[in-house]
Design a protein around this ligand. Structure first.
Ligand SMILES: NC(=O)c1ccc[n+]([C@@H]2O[C@H](COP(=O)([O-])OP(=O)(O)OC[C@H]3O[C@@H](n4cnc5c(N)ncnc54)[C@H](OP(=O)(O)O)[C@@H]3O)[C@@H](O)[C@H]2O)c1
Length: 314
């Protein structure tokens, strides 16, 4: 539990500009609980906001970039976050994050969600030895004997690669397994795979202006008892472009959201099928801002509809 006062101190120390009326800032020293969700297949609870890394950790060549990412990971953990989403295909992401986590001594504090795919994004076949090699490299980079979650990236050769992951889950080298896609052309395949495979997780795109997943995939995940990681909760730059120069509505304070980041994240994690969202950021102040969405209360269904209409009307 963190008090509003402590949260704001942390956020302000990290330089977060909260779109908050000054009067509200110190109005009350309300206790804000960290919001967690249970992984359906185990009951293990995870904070509902984590960190993604595709376009951020992937290209760290300059030392100041690396310092910023170090502070991003530090902020994630300091504020109670755990889930870190990466992939071998995100260039340096796995290696850099693994190294930074060791330096900060937080390797065991993180819930490592990585991926496997040596088959490409279409109908390509995965060579099983090459896929195993890629997974072994992830173990070395992350530096843990057991990886929390490995998912088949973009549904690449699921029979082969999920087959390997099932064996590894059996051997207890991987705790949870799943599949990911953010491509609409793969949604039907995703649904078919969810219907037949014993997945612990799926990773999908979902945002306040991208609601396709509410139709079939999120209800199916609930029915099948699968955890859901939400990718691209801001549509990368799409939602930021939409709200540029616009204030967060004051009624967002009813569910403890004081910035657009918190508004968008609280919308997705309030869906009962969602386990956690993993927005990417290269800035510690944005990480602190995003973690604010894992605190306090979440909007109910009526409020979520109001949020959708508000954004659609901008
Ligand atoms: N198939 C897959 O498996 C798959 C596909 C897509 C994504 N993913 C995962 O999901 C993660 C997230 O998706 P994404 O990176 O595509 O997009 P996203 O999380 O929707 O958006 C990231 C963008 O939002 C900005 N941002 C983050 N927090 C902010 C804040 N509080 N205020 C203002 N701007 C903020 C970031 O810029 P700053 O750096 O300036 O903060 C970045 O440009 C990926 O990194 C990856 O780990 C997986």
């Amino acid at each position: 539990m963190i008090s509003r006062r402590d949260y704001l101190k942390l956020a302000l120390a990290a330089g977060t500009t909260l779109a908050l009326k000054p009067g509200l800032l110190w109005a009350e020293d309300k206790q804000l609980d960290l919001i967690t969700r249970a992984i359906p297949s185990s009951g293990q609870r995870l904070p509902v906001v984590g960190l993604g890394s595709s376009a951020t950790f992937a290209s760290v060549s300059r030392s100041e970039d690396r310092d910023a990412l170090r502070d991003v990971l530090k902020t994630l953990v300091e504020q109670g976050g755990k889930v870190f989403d990466t992939a071998p295909s995100y260039s340096a992401s796995e290696a850099v994050a693994g190294q930074i986590a060791r330096e900060l001594n937080i390797t065991d504090d993180l819930f490592w969600a990585t991926k496997v795919n040596v088959a490409g994004w279409g109908d390509g076949k995965a060579d099983p030895d090459t896929a195993r090699e890629q997974i072994e490299t992830s173990f070395k980079r992350i530096g843990k004997p057991v990886i929390d979650l490995i998912q088949v990236h973009n549904l690449g050769d699921v029979p082969t690669q999920l087959g390997i992951l099932k064996e590894m889950r059996e051997e207890q080298r991987v705790r949870y397994i799943g599949v990911t896609t953010t491509f609409p052309r793969q949604y039907d395949d995703l649904e078919r795979i969810m219907a037949r495979e014993p997945l612990d997780f799926i990773g999908i795109d979902y945002a306040i202006d991208n609601l396709t997943m509410e139709q079939r995939i999120l209800p199916l995940a609930r029915e099948k008892g699968m955890g859901v990681l939400v990718y691209a909760p801001f549509g990368r730059t799409r939602l930021w472009d939409k709200v540029k120069g616009k204030d967060v509505p004051t009624w967002a304070a009813e569910f403890d959201a004081y910035s657009w980041g918190q508004f968008f994240l609280k919308f997705v994690v309030a869906h009962p099928a969602v386990t956690a969202a993993t927005p990417a950021t290269s800035k510690p102040r944005h990480m602190a801002d995003n973690m604010g969405a894992a605190m306090g209360v979440l909007p109910d269904e009526e409020m979520r509809q109001r949020m959708i209409h508000h954004i659609a009307g901008l």
